[in-house]
Design a protein around this ligand. Structure first.
Ligand SMILES: [Mg+2]
Length: 340
């Protein structure tokens, strides 16, 4: 099945307005073949990501065998390597890779989780990823909640107060996680980790720059609470270094950014060797969800974001759980009204 067309776009209705056309905007990628089948993926990189897909990646792919997932990943990686390796180029490449996996599933009439080894987790608990607790989340059945901590950091006491209030609102039985999104330093993270222990916080996510692996390694050694991260890490090379340096105890690769399913699958394998938990970033979206369904021993999916409003067929979250669909490929379609 030869590749005949590769297209990318920022669909209308996407993203927050401030992210329109910026690197944070999610892009839709379609790959068409000479047998009439096409695959759909989502990547990142905004207008620059669209440009990379429609120039260097398209050139690499046209006429190639679409079933050669590993070979095509290597060719795309090498074609972008001088300016790629991490960040924007790999975010764009991820969308193409996911479109190729969608195509691979459709070709054999099977969902992607079957290509990954089969359905281990048909129903997956979801954690609500939120800016502030409203009791609504508990009423809707979420048994796991992640707080996005205030940015810029309001200081030690105010951060502790945010967690104290969240625990009071959620009650004792809801699992609670925190996401600092690069806002703290090593010292602040360790002080807060000690202070969060009485509130049963189960992980502290991304409190430092993703490049500060020494800092993260120190957190892993000294924090009483597990240290999570990885949504801004790329490829199996990047995650291997994170694991070699013992910089995270929980990995959170994003299927649409880290290099697509071809890399996510390998990141899972690597983490399994080291006995590290993988909880994909925004894992309720089908791109991560199929990996969780097939590969996770301890399944947990992050609730989706308002970024992608232009897909049809995404499985709904019901009472804090999501059931992965059994349609071929990833089982979603692009809303035709969202693209020209
Ligand atoms: Mg995060």
């Amino acid at each position: 099945m030869k590749i005949t067309a590769v297209r990318a776009a920022i669909p209308r209705g996407t993203n927050e307005p401030r992210d329109w056309r910026t690197q944070m905007a999610q892009i839709a990628v379609t790959v068409e073949t000479d047998e009439g089948l096409s695959g759909l993926g989502v990547g990142g990189g905004g207008a620059a990501g669209v440009h990379i897909v429609e120039t260097v990646l398209r050139e690499t792919l046209i006429g190639a065998d679409s079933s050669d997932l590993e070979g095509l990943w290597d060719r795309m990686y090498r074609a972008t390597l001088p300016f790629g390796r991490k960040g924007l180029a790999v975010m764009a490449l991820s969308g193409v890779d996911l479109a190729l996996w969608d195509l691979a599933g459709k070709r054999v009439g099977k969902p992607v989780y079957e290509l990954l080894g089969g359905l281990k987790n048909p129903v997956i608990p979801v954690y609500a990823s939120i800016g502030a607790v409203v009791t609504d989340q508990v009423e809707r059945g979420f048994r796991h909640v992640k707080l996005h901590m205030p940015r810029p950091s309001p200081g030690f006491e105010a951060n502790v107060e945010v967690v104290r209030q969240a625990r009071a609102a959620l009650g004792p039985d809801v699992e609670l996680y925190t996401d600092a999104f690069l806002a703290w330093d090593v010292e602040m993270t360790l002080r807060l980790a000690d202070a969060f222990v009485p509130f049963g916080v189960k992980w502290i996510e991304e409190s430092l720059s993703p490049d500060d692996l020494d800092g993260y390694a120190e957190l892993v050694r000294r924090s009483p609470i597990p240290i999570a991260g990885g949504e801004h890490e790329y490829g199996v090379h990047g995650f291997r270094e994170v694991l070699d340096r013992k910089a995270h105890t929980i990995l959170q690769p994003d299927a649409c950014w880290c290099g697509g399913m071809t890399q996510l699958r390998k990141i899972y394998a690597l983490a399994r060797e080291r006995d590290v938990w993988v909880v994909p970033h925004r894992g309720v979206e089908v791109w991560g969800l199929h990996a969780i369904a097939a590969l996770s021993d301890n399944p947990l999916a992050e609730s989706g974001r308002p970024w992608v409003t232009w897909l049809r067929g995404e499985p709904p979250i019901e009472h804090g759980f999501v059931r992965v669909g059994d349609a071929p490929g990833f089982g979603v379609e692009l809303d035709p009204k969202s693209v020209d």
